[in-house]
Design a protein around this ligand. Structure first.
Ligand SMILES: [Zn+2]
Length: 254
């Protein structure tokens, strides 16, 4: 492999042509962040399941898929143990381990005013069936805001291509300035003050897989086929983005 890498780079020096992405095998490290912790698990689903468990499932599937591809074999998960880990510490960890892309996995809730209550297995639980769908957040205060937005748009396109729809329920509060709905079609929001995005140096997005307060969408998000389809879309977006970045880097060196 070392010899192959040397030959690729040597041919670039000789002929000045873009080298194939295979030459970067293992270099494209993705930090897959599991949103929240066991102690502070985030939102609670319509059926009482903590968001952290949903996040861990998708992050684990995505990480496994990345490891099966030579190009992404250096990828790693953040907070696999579920311990209390601050948001800046997550960004610092991704930096130290050389991540070139940071993807934080979350599942969504709604505003308190939109909640209703239902009896599920003898418990009174909050739910909201008005909103469903994924959303994607990036920050202009991130170390690489343009590439963050580029990845967010690619991810939104891949989600649509795979039959997923965005929720626009955040738009009510995202009305410009630091919080804005940037791409209504693809469900991309700017959220400048989101700590995990503004403290990362590498391009970063926070991906809300869906609304677990929605009793119907919760069932979909708990289904293994649905989860795999979502992870496939995430993986394809990473693949497309990495190819674009590598080609851009190569062209700049020409
Ligand atoms: Zn969350």
């Amino acid at each position: 492999m070392v010899f192959f890498l040397m030959m690729c780079c040597f041919s670039l020096l000789l002929f000045g042509t873009p080298i194939s992405s295979e030459c970067w095998a293992g270099d494209f490290k993705v930090a897959v962040d599991i949103g929240h912790t066991r102690n502070t698990p985030g939102a609670i689903s319509a059926r009482g399941v903590p968001e952290y468990l949903f996040n861990k499932r998708i992050a684990t599937l995505l990480h496994q898929k990345l490891l099966h591809d030579q190009r992404f074999k250096g990828s790693f998960m953040i907070n696999e143990s579920g311990d209390d880990l601050s948001l800046p510490a997550r960004a610092a960890l991704a930096d130290r381990q050389g991540a070139v892309l940071f993807v934080s996995i979350h599942h969504d809730s709604v505003e308190p005013k939109d909640l209703s209550y239902w009896l599920y297995q003898g418990k009174l639980l909050a739910h909201c069936d008005k909103f469903a769908g994924y959303s994607i957040f990036y920050s202009e205060e991130n170390g690489s805001p343009l590439n963050s937005l580029t990845f967010a748009v690619i991810l939104g396109s891949e989600m649509l291509r795979n039959g997923f729809c965005p929720t626009l329920h955040h738009a009510e509060k995202f009305t410009g300035g630091d919080k804005d709905l940037i791409d209504r079609i693809r469900g991309v929001y700017k959220y400048n003050k989101l700590v995990v995005l503004r403290t990362t140096e590498m391009p970063a997005v926070l991906f809300e897989c869906g609304v677990i307060k929605n009793s119907n969408e919760e069932l979909q998000l708990s289904n293994s086929d649905y989860q795999q389809r979502m992870v496939d879309a995430l993986f394809n977006a990473i693949k497309i983005y990495s190819t674009q970045i590598i080609n851009d880097n190569m062209n700049q060196k020409d």
